[in-house]
Design a protein around this ligand. Structure first.
Ligand SMILES: Nc1nc2c(c(=O)[nH]1)N[C@@H](CN(C=O)c1ccc(C(=O)N[C@@H](CCC(=O)O)C(=O)O)cc1)CN2
Length: 280
């Protein structure tokens, strides 16, 4: 079994972004907005700041209180939309329950939507136009390419149908000529469907969901989830040790898709800066 090393590939992508960002007349700029006290979100936002520093990207962080109103958040996004030095805006998810996530994401100017979550970005992806692609599925595609795993003509099964991972993952694989099945909580006999997969992507968030008997021998298995076991250790959806005996390729958690998500954010911010400086 070959490990799909997202940590190593992310370092390579970030080096490339750094070299390209240095060629721009103006540094790319990213604004990251965090609302509330979710400890995991705080960790991710800190990592994004460090990634920006490493890539030569200017970054600003807005840490808002848990009880921030919808109006205040929308006003902040609008201010950032108007800032010529800010190329990308990212609102860290999940937002506190009282806030309307969809309305906030829709408020971000589509040309600054480096998360690729705006309906304009989602529509472009659906009809095959260029645009910002959501960072996690885009990172999975880069990993597959790096290890020469060509989706064309293969059966790809995506478990999970979220707007930020499952659905765009399915579309990116379809774009590359895979035959795609997207599974979800109402899919009968999930194991039988997964066993057909040459490429299996799990993005559910349930530890132990993907067992070895659900994996076709020789498949490429990509674990997008980020869970914790009883001991508090990070793990994905896939029973790693058992599946490693059957799969030909497998992502670790940590060190697989997570670092690629962050690297693709840097790449999207570079793309936004190039567009704003009329270089693409
Ligand atoms: N606005 C967004 N919110 C969220 C996104 C997103 O893409 N945009 N995705 C996730 C969280 N996320 C990025 O924000 C993210 C999660 C995990 C990692 C990562 O590098 N994980 C490491 C382990 C980190 C650790 O030790 O805790 C790994 O897998 O090796 C990066 C980004 C939800 N919210």
């Amino acid at each position: 079994m070959t490990l799909l090393d997202g940590k190593a590939l992310a370092a390579k992508v970030k080096e490339e972004v750094k070299a390209e960002a240095a060629k721009l007349p103006r540094k790319p700029g990213l604004a990251v907005v965090l609302v509330g006290n979710d400890p995991a979100s705080r960790v991710y936002v800190t990592s994004k700041r460090k990634d920006c520093e490493a890539c030569g990207i200017y970054s600003e962080e807005y840490a808002l209180l848990e009880n921030t109103t919808q109006e205040t958040l929308l006003e902040l996004v609008e201010t950032l939309n108007q800032r010529p030095d800010i190329d990308g805006i990212l609102v860290q998810l999940p937002l506190p329950k009282h806030l309307d996530e969809e309305a906030v994401l829709e408020k971000i100017a589509p040309d600054k939507d480096v998360d690729g979550f705006h309906p304009v970005s989602a529509g472009n992806l659906l009809i095959g136009r260029p645009g910002f692609q959501p960072c996690t599925p885009a990172g999975v595609m880069e990993l597959l390419d790096e290890y020469h795993i060509d989706p064309a003509g293969r059966h790809a099964v995506v478990v999970g149908r979220s707007n930020i991972v499952g659905k765009p993952m399915g579309l990116l694989l379809l774009r590359r000529d895979a035959t795609v099945t997207v599974c979800h909580s109402k899919t009968p006999d999930l194991g039988a469907v997964c066993r057909q997969a040459d490429i299996l992507v799990s993005a559910v968030g349930r530890r132990g969901l993907i067992t070895a008997d659900m994996v076709k021998p020789g498949a490429a298995v990509v674990d997008v989830a980020m869970n914790r076991n009883e001991a508090g250790k990070l793990c994905g959806d896939v029973d790693f040790e058992a599946v490693a005996e059957r799969a030909a390729y497998l992502t670790p958690v940590p060190g697989g898709v997570g670092p690629m998500t962050r690297a693709m954010l840097m790449k999207n911010t570079l793309l936004a800066a190039r567009k704003h400086q009329n270089l693409v």
